[in-house]
Ligand binder design. Sequence first.
Ligand code: NAP
Length: 341
Amino acid sequence: MKKKIAFISGIGGQDGAYLAHLLLNKGYRVIGGERRSSKNTYWRLKFLKILKKIEIIDFELNELTNIIRLFNNYNISEFYNLAAQSFVHSSFKNPITTSDTNGMGVLRILETIRTLSPKTKFFQASTSELYGNSSSKSQDENTSFRPRSPYAVSKLFAHFITINYREAYGLFACCAITFNHESPLRSEEFVTKKIAKSLVEIKNKKINHIDLGNLYVRRDWGYAKEYTELFWKILQQKKPMEYVISTGESHTIKEFVEEAAKYCGFKLKWEGKGIKERGIDIYTNKVIVKINKKFFRPTEVNTLKGNNKLIKKELSWKPKCNFKKLVKIMMEYEINEFKRN
Ligand code: NAP
């Protein structure tokens, strides 16, 4: 029997790598799209030992011809759109390219699917950033969206255009509203990876301290490997629809630092307020954490906590990796990685 073809845009990113690993194990032929870069974008695929098993093609979301060529060359059963300018902070600096990639990029794909391959199932990676400063204690599929960054606004367009193409043209198109998900494969600009890596470097005297932004924002952090399995499951449902993916637990960045610090033998006490706040190791009296204005967003999202009732019920899922376990996975990886290099 011919293998089903799955296409993953953003194959070089965190979620792309985990999803490719899963789909290969399920017997798919995996085509990965990645835009040209002079950097080593395939370290995650090498880490998961799958680089040679994937066919990688040039894929730039801002270039319609790339998308058309893809559908002319392959008979794609499932299209997972994981490519995005995914860093909220950068979206304030590059709002126009962010909107073009994250918003219009999705419309380019949907329009191509509609005209060339209407049977292709489409998955869009939506985000909890859509909720902004929500007045609800926890956010579900019916909570209203109040985006607070160019990133979130661009993803809002992508979210609704996906739903619109499903309703207007009958495409099998779904969005998952995923809350933050992390792993050792996270990029270094994201705060969890930055904390994990920097603490190990401080412990090993490679750097003196870590600069962070707002320590009091709360996030619902899950494990990326677990979430990508749900991306696949969502496309296997009878009916295309939206799901929230979250753990239902919410923690501050300060709590993440404190939990992670334990793995390096630090215990933190906090002194000062606002940008003068400092995290100090009680055993050595050394300043480990400083606050730097540079890392504050112009408009912040204070608290995100997902309500995952629907996906638990309909996909018989429950999160296996809680906050403490996630920190453990990330810290153990960084400690081993430091020893390896
Ligand atoms: P990621 O590691 O940043 O990966 C994003 C990928 O998209 C990278 O390979 C990137 O390539 C590629 N990309 C960026 N701009 C592109 C363009 N114009 N054309 C083609 N490819 C482009 O992000 P992730 O954590 O895997 O997230 C996957 C998706 O889920 C993203 O859409 C993200 O917004 C969404 N999401 C993630 C989270 C989370 O917590 N991880 C939460 C909610 C939603 P370069 O390396 O060249 O930049």
